[in-house]
Design a binder for this molecule. Structure first.
Ligand code: URA
Length: 239
């Protein structure tokens, strides 16, 4: 038997904290009866519904690595009816993106129905490594490179330390290509880090999430993770 907020979070529907809020708000039913107590437990034979959606914790876990193209929303649905990342993945299982890439950002995006792994990969305390390649307008100065590494203030909070490499400088076109490794996942973080120093990001690509890259995948293509890769992800979050 497990607490129902844990079962809901493990299903990938939402985080455990959000599940607790939904329970207290009377949005969760156990075997057809609304429950509002956080201590309520259930097992695999019970039916849990959240807002009318049935949670199935016994569902086989699926892990998909997508090479996200530009012009696609990182979500399972979009109010403005734009294309969403799950439209690119032709499988019957309901999966969710792990974190968010902007509409115009490309590269590594993991999608899964494994809520536990999702929550761990997104939890700031796990310091999950993400590497981006940013093409920016202007020539990044060595001083600004160091400032990005040490942290810049965004919305009053300093970003954690990062690693920054200048990959290419194009003086003629006044652009730079920068590799930046961060451990946080704040909204538009990379763009805002450059913006804080007066640079505009023209193109952004996520090259790597931990050890996962898009090697062998064309833009818009996806593949399933191997069991070995899933185990490795679990090892990474246990570190
Ligand atoms: N940082 C950004 O600014 N955008 C992304 O899509 C990802 C990280």
């Amino acid at each position: 038997m497990e607490r129902i907020q844990k079962i809901i979070a493990q299903s990938g529907y939402c985080s455990r904290r959000k599940a607790e809020e939904l329970i207290v708000a009377g949005k969760v039913k156990l075997n057809g009866v609304t429950v509002t107590k956080l201590g309520t437990v259930a097992d695999g034979n019970d039916t849990i519904e959240v807002d009318g959606y049935t949670i199935n914790d016994k569902q086989e876990k699926v892990y998909v690595l997508l090479n996200k193209p530009r012009g696609v929303v990182t979500s399972t649905k979009d109010d403005k009816h734009r294309k969403v990342v799950t439209d690119l993945i032709n499988i019957p299982t309901r999966i969710y993106p792990v974190g968010r890439l902007d509409y115009d950002t490309t590269g590594v995006l993991l999608l899964t129905n494994d809520g536990e792994l999702t929550n761990e990969l997104l939890h700031p305390s796990n310091h999950i490594e993400k590497v981006y390649i940013a093409k920016i307008k202007g020539i990044l100065t060595p001083g600004h490179r160091k400032t990005l590494e040490n942290g810049v203030i965004i919305d009053g909070i300093k970003t954690a330390s990062a690693k920054v490499k200048i990959k290419r400088i194009d003086k003629k076109n006044n652009t730079s290509v920068i590799e930046i490794m961060i451990h946080e996942g704040r909204n538009h973080q990379v763009k805002n880090m450059f913006k804080a120093l007066g640079y505009e990001v023209d193109k952004l690509r996520r090259e790597r999430l931990l050890f996962l890259t898009c090697d062998g995948l064309s833009t818009g293509e996806y593949r399933f993770l191997s069991i070995k890769e899933v185990k490795r992800l679990y090892n990474e979050i246990k570190k």
